[in-house]
Structure formats: structure tokens, C-alpha cells
Design a protein around this ligand. Structure first.
Ligand code: NZQ
Ligand code: ZN
Length: 390
């Protein structure tokens, strides 16, 4: 097990009508509150009114319009607005795009310089952030209770994720599974698959070491997604299914389940980020396309762990099979699951229009220096993987 320190100061308020606690939670913060949200779904499903009721004593600076896969241009504009309005607290109400933006705006508002260079430089962490809190309306990224954020620069076709460090945790996260009842089947599946991909990156790391606590927790998270996602698709207002998906998503990137493990090189996330930068596809949908080819590649290097996955997650009887054969059965089961929940399995389904995109995607990733040698993956392997799912 790798050495670790665990730190997460975010207060999690989970359950029905947890929005009603926002008023008292905000008592000790300033008057000027930026209410950040996305394209307007919160106005259609009533979440906006409920939040506004909680902000009744505050001076609310309403800022909608955060786009899925937020761009650096939007973040720069909102930072400017934040300064002009002397914002003292940011409440992000939405999915990962809004919650990430709240952190980026909060960190950018107290930083003197251009935020793109700042966020891109992984050696430089924000020293401070305006206080931020989140209200989750889409389960998947876990952004509500972690210090990470992701931003896109469409001009350079780059999408970068950053671990913002200790300053970037939200003060509190309001997690009412009922708020996700209106998320459509595709976005629900996309968020849920994001959860699986987050677990994978840690689950398959340090595979030669015995870590039954972490493995057991991670397998439980994936199994929960596999049983609960079909339930939530069939019955969008099934509280239990939505609650289990929300908690699974949070646990996947909360830190506890993966303490003591590394995170590999997060290659599939990097492979996906170039997809959403180019096609503006849903993040989890892009992951559904690239995770299977990437894991097939890795199964050859490390088959015993993939056998464990097949047996413990999908309960496949692998008697008589080699580790590799057993592991591949697990990945096939995952591919079947992806199709069964309506997620895409090819680049064409998320927007690719020409086979030349395969070369573009692979070359772009290498050009951006996103893939290193650790996994034995270079340009040739990337091209093979993208081509296999064109
Ligand atoms: O914009 P609105 O109107 O809110 O609609 C959104 C959006 O169209 C809609 N939606 C959200 N809640 C809803 C709802 N529709 C109906 N009812 C509700 N209750 O869903 C659409 C997608 O929302 P978005 O926030 O973009 O999705 P997601 O939560 O998947 O977030 C994706 C972003 O998070 C980043 C991704 O790269 C992407 O930019 N990630 C952040 C991570 C983190 N902070 O740790 C980790 C992830 O790996 C990920 O990269
Ligand atoms: Zn993700």
C-alpha cells in the first residue's frame, strides 16, 4: 500500500429536502452570493425556486449559462463578473460542469493572472478560493465533494483536469437524490459510467499489491452502478436507485476507497477529454467509447486483476480459463452493459464523421503530451485503440 494522508473538509448533507438546510448553512458567510447554474434545467424542474427561497436574506448575483464541458472563455468572463459584483460566496447548482466552474471561478477570482496558464500548470496549486458550495443535480463526477475541476479550451482542442489541492474543496455539498429525477436516461447513464471509469483508474493500479479493503469498496461501487443504473433508467423517480447512484459517484472520487493506491496514468480520461474537446459529447458517453479498448490493452499486461474484476463484479464463472481469457470475459460483460443502457460504443455515435479522426485524436493527444510511457502506450497503440471503436 502506498503511503497516504487523507483530507476532505467538505460537509456532505445527503437526503430528501436537504436544500432546506442551505439557509442556516450560509449564516456565517457574506451577503453577496453568486448563484451559478447551467442551461436552465433548474428553472424547469423547480430547483431554482427552492434555492432562491434559501437565499432570501442574501444579495443574489444570478449567473446561469454554464455550458456542458465549460470553456475557459466562460470562466474568464464569470471571474470578471465575480470581481465586479464583489462576490463573497459561490453556490453552484448543477452537474459537474457547474460545480467545476464554481471552483474555477472561486479560485480565479483571487488569483492575479490568466487562469488558463494557471490551471494548466500542474505544479501550481491555488493558494485560496472564494468559499464555494454545491447542490448536485446530476450524479457522476463527484465534483460536489472533491477538489477537482476540468476546463476546455476549444481554440487549442485541449481539455484539462486539475486536482486543485486543499484550497479547492467546497464548504458543503447538498445531495438530494430527488433533484436528479429529471435527468434523462442518456445523461443518467453517462454520469453513472463516469463513476465506473473513476473507480477503474484506481482499482487496476498497484495491481500486484494486496489491498482487500480498497478492492472491496471499489468493487461494491461498480456493482452498485451496474444494478442501480437500469433501475433509474426504468423508473427515473426511484429514490433508492438515484440515492445509490449519487453515493456511488461521490465515493468513486471521494478519496477513501482509493487511498493507498495510485491512479495509473488516467489514460482513458485523457483519451476521453480529447473526445469531448472535439465533439462536445457528454463526458461519460465518451468514456463508454474508450474504456473497453483501453482495458483490453491493459488486460494483456496485468490479467490476474482483470480476472478478479470479472469474478467479483460480474460474478462470471471463470473455472478453467486463463487469467487473460477470464479478464476479457469481464470486459465483454462491461461492453454488453454499456450497450444495454444506451451508451455509445463508437466514435461515430458521438460525432466522428471521418476515419481520419482516428489519426487526429491520437496525434493530438501525443502532441499535447497527455500520454506518457508508463503504460506502454504511444501513438501506435492510441491509433489502434481509437480505430477499434471507430
Ligand atoms: O445545463 P443544465 O441546464 O443544468 O443541463 C445539464 C446539462 O445539459 C443537464 N442536467 C443536469 N442536472 C439536471 C439536468 N437535466 C435535467 N435535470 C437535472 N436535474 O445535464 C447536462 C450535462 O450536465 P454536465 O454538468 O455537463 O454533466 P456532468 O455532471 O457529467 O459533468 C461533466 C463535466 O464534469 C467534468 C467533465 O469533464 C465535464 O466537463 N468532470 C469533472 C470531474 C471532477 N470535478 O472531479 C471528474 C470527471 O472525470 C469529469 O472530467
Ligand atoms: Zn470522469
Amino acid at each position: 500500500m502506498l503511503d497516504f494522508e487523507y483530507y476532505n473538509p467538505t460537509r456532505i448533507i445527503f437526503g430528501r429536502e436537504s436544500i432546506a438546510k442551505i439557509h442556516s448553512l450560509l449564516e456565517n458567510y457574506g451577503e453577496n452570493i453568486m448563484l451559478l447554474y447551467g442551461g436552465g434545467s433548474i428553472k424547469k424542474n423547480g430547483i431554482f425556486d427552492k434555492v432562491m427561497e434559501q437565499l432570501r436574506d442574501k444579495n443574489v448575483i444570478e449567473m446561469g449559462g454554464i455550458e456542458p464541458n465549460p470553456t475557459i472563455e466562460t470562466i474568464r468572463r464569470y471571474i470578471q463578473k465575480c470581481r465586479e459584483e464583489k462576490v463573497e460566496f459561490i453556490l453552484g447548482v448543477g452537474g459537474g460542469s457547474v460545480m467545476d466552474s464554481a471552483k474555477m471561478i472561486g479560485a480565479g477570482a483571487v488569483y492575479d493572472g490568466d487562469v488558463w496558464d494557471f490551471f494548466k500548470n500542474h505544479d501550481q496549486l491555488p493558494e485560496a478560493m472564494l468559499p464555494v458550495a454545491t447542490v448536485v443535480t446530476l450524479a457522476g463526477t463527484g465534483s460536489e465533494a472533491n477538489q477537482n475541476f476540468v476546463v476546455t479550451n476549444p481554440d487549442t482542442c485541449e481539455k484539462i483536469g486539475k486536482n486543485g489541492g486543499p484550497a479547492c474543496f467546497p464548504e458543503f455539498a447538498v445531495c438530494d437524490p430527488q433533484l436528479t429525477f429529471t435527468v434523462n436516461a442518456y445523461q443518467t447513464a453517462s454520469g453513472a459510467f463516469d463513476t465506473i471509469a473513476h473507480v477503474f483508474e484506481h482499482y487496476f493500479a498497484e495491481a500486484d499489491q494486496y489491498m482487500p479493503v480498497q478492492d472491496g469498496m471499489q468493487e461494491a461501487v461498480i456493482r452498485a452502478v451496474i444494478t442501480e443504473l437500469p433501475r433509474a433508467i426504468k423508473e427515473p423517480d426511484n429514490y433508492e436507485a438515484r440515492a445509490n447512484l449519487m453515493w456511488a459517484a461521490q465515493q468513486a472520487l471521494f478519496g477513501i476507497a482509493d487511498m493507498g493506491k495510485g491512479h495509473g496514468e488516467r489514460v482513458e480520461h485523457k483519451m476521453e477529454h480529447i473526445l469531448s474537446a472535439r465533439y462536445n459529447c457528454a463526458h461519460g458517453a465518451g468514456l463508454a467509447v474508450v474504456v473497453p479498448p483501453f482495458r483490453k490493452h491493459m488486460c494483456r499486461l496485468n490479467p490476474a486483476k482483470y480476472r478478479q474484476f470479472a469474478e467479483n463484479v460480474f460474478h462470471i464463472d471463470c473455472t478453467g480459463l486463463s487469467d487473460y481469457e477470464a479478464g476479457m470475459k469481464g470486459i465483454t460483460a462491461l461492453e454488453d452493459f454499456i450497450k444495454s443502457v444506451g451508451l455509445p460504443a463508437s466514435l461515430r455515435e458521438i460525432g466522428a464523421e471521418s476515419e481520419s479522426d482516428v489519426d487526429f485524436l491520437a496525434e493530438e493527444l501525443v502532441r499535447q503530451g497527455r500520454v506518457t510511457k508508463g503504460t506502454g502506450i504511444g501513438l501506435k497503440e492510441l491509433k489502434e485503440m481509437y480505430a477499434s471503436v471507430y
